[in-house]
Ligand binder design. Structure first.
Ligand code: FAD
Length: 493
């Protein structure tokens, strides 16, 4: 019987796990969370994807209250600069709408494009058009009949953990501050029975959620679960991160700019801008990356850049014995598509689905590991595609990623896409066909053909509908207020 749950770690992962378990199963669980102020949290992780809305809804959190507490802004997608080639750019929006007829709009756009239509896919996408004019508004408030403009958030990760802590304490989660110095295991089963803090306190549990960050205190340091290293495909292994003063209105999107040995993020918050240079130490030193990052900020740096080291990949077992790893303790995929917090959410929802209330069954553990590995795997392919599909080879880093061998699963997807924009996605993957399309076309691939269903509509009607769609998209974006004024009205910090 699982009654006592101990969450090790009070970063984003730890507090998200405690909040969701407390909300969904709280009446039958005693939840304890242990965090060390001396060790602290990784403190970055400021951009999200739309699934975070569902997480808030699951907890019953008011979106405006949340945004006020975390100095949050809205995010319509990611603007990629210089990825295809220096001087190029494209937008990866959250979602795509338009003519359907049983086939994704990207196929209709291919028909239009092959007939000489405008090469700018963004003209048909409300998120892209709103992002370009720095506008945002929830369509449910502006025009409930209009297509839903999907969005996510940027937020201050430290404030988010604080916000969730208050929420958890309201649910009865008990927090202990202190450093775990010893982990006790059952001599027969190997299960973890308790953790001991530096000051002698001992916390016993039936189930342990390891959210201790990259160190993986329980999952790796104690249980030696092993690590699958993906750095040959995703060679970035460092980030230099620094906040800077805000200059100008907050953009409703994240910016990712390709750099000589990786890429740089720019994440606008209400009170400051988050920045980081994600790079491979095989191609640039930590000092040079930090210097270049500082030179490329658009506001005054608020600190010296902090270097964060990581190895892309995941634990071979994310649920091992009575320990379930989440967040950085379970693995890490670089933040190119802002997926880490989503993967925490996925781990939480999957754990609740298979929760071992009457004791752990091998099938629960196996299903959890299978589902989480699949989630990591699918995101991995998508991230690698950003590097592989480029025309750049102007630096040793870009020459490596352009020419590197890639996983068979991605080879298959790219071949199928090149033929007819098909077979990109299997089942319920996080990144849908439209996301793959935006990135692959943005980076220079164009399929030879498309699904013939997109040719069924008569030419006159097709022309009429596609013209109306383009006008409607521009019109929709223009009904939104500026992003800044919308925040000032609905959720100022
Ligand atoms: P941490 O924040 O490291 O927390 C670990 C916790 O464990 C801390 O509370 C610490 O005190 C505690 N702890 C550790 N050891 C002990 C011990 N011995 N005793 C007691 N307590 C202990 N994700 C996104 O979704 N979007 C992004 O834009 C994004 N950007 C990122 C950029 C970078 C460079 C990096 C590295 C990550 C990024 N992430 C992003 C990931 C995101 O930051 C993490 O997924 C998220 O913050 C979860 O971190 P965590 O809680 O697992 O670990």
């Amino acid at each position: 019987m699982v009654r006592k749950v101990v969450v090790v770690g009070g970063g984003t992962a730890g507090w998200m796990a405690a909040a969701a378990l407390g909300k969904a199963l709280g009446t039958r669980l005693d939840i304890t969370l242990i965090e060390s102020d001396d060790i602290g949290t990784v403190g970055v992780g400021e951009a999200t994807i739309p699934s975070i809305q569902e997480f808030n809804q699951m907890l019953g959190i008011d979106e405006n209250e949340f945004l006020r507490a975390v100095n949050g802004t809205f995010k319509l997608g990611i603007r990629f600069i210089d990825w295809k080639a220096p001087g190029s750019e494209y937008f990866h929006p959250f979602g795509v709408y338009g003519i359907d007829m049983g086939v994704n709009f990207t196929h209709h756009w291919m028909r239009y494009r092959k007939a000489g239509g405008n090469a700018d896919f963004g003209l048909f996408n409300p998120q892209t058009m709103a992002a370009r004019s720095h506008r945002f508004g929830r369509m449910a408030e502006i025009n409930p009949k209009a297509p839903r403009v999907n969005y996510a958030f940027h937020f201050d990760a430290t404030l988010y953990a604080r916000f969730l802590r208050r929420f958890c304490e309201g649910l009865g989660v008990v927090r202990h501050e202190g450093k775990i110095t010893h982990v006790n295991q059952d001599p027969n089963s190997g299960d973890i029975t308790s953790v001991a803090l530096e000051d002698g306190r001992v916390m016993a549990g039936d189930l342990f959620i390891d959210c201790s960050g990259f160190r993986g205190l329980l999952i790796e340091q104690t249980l030696k679960s092993g690590y699958e290293d993906w750095s040959k495909w995703l060679p970035c292994n460092r980030a230099a991160a620094v906040p800077c003063d805000k200059v100008g209105p907050a953009t409703p999107y994240t910016t990712s700019t390709a750099r000589e040995a990786g890429w740089q993020w720019r994440i606008p918050l209400q009170h400051r801008t988050g920045n980081g240079y994600v790079f491979s130490s095989d191609y640039i030193s930590e000092d040079d990356a930090s210097t270049l990052l500082l030179q490329r900020l658009d506001g005054k740096a608020q600190a010296e850049p902090r270097i964060i080291r990581f190895l892309t990949g995941h634990r071979k077992q994310m649920w091992n014995r009575n320990v379930i790893a989440m967040g950085l303790a379970s693995g890490f995929l670089e933040p190119l598509e802002s997926t880490s917090i989503f993967l925490v959410q996925e781990a939480i929802v999957t754990l609740i689905k298979y929760f071992p209330k009457d004791g752990i069954l091998p099938s629960q553990r196996a299903c959890f590991n299978r589902d989480l590995l699949a989630a990591y795997d699918n995101v991995k392919d998508f991230l690698i595609a950003h590097y592989k599909v480029t025309t750049r080879d102007d630096t040793p880093f870009w020459a490596y990623v352009k020419n590197m061998d890639i996983p068979e699963s991605l080879k298959f997807r790219l071949e199928a896409f090149a033929q007819n924009n098909q077979c990109l996605v299997q089942g319920d993957e996080l990144f849908k066909e439209a996301s793959w399309f935006a990135v692959l076309v943005g980076q220079g691939m164009e399929p030879d053909s498309y699904n013939p269903l997109a040719d069924v509509m008569a030419e006159d009607e097709f022309r009429w509908r596609i013209d109306r769609l383009r006008e409607g998209t521009a019109g929709l974006a223009s009904t939104m207020p500026s992003h800044e004024s919308y925040i000032a009205r609905t959720c100022p910090s």
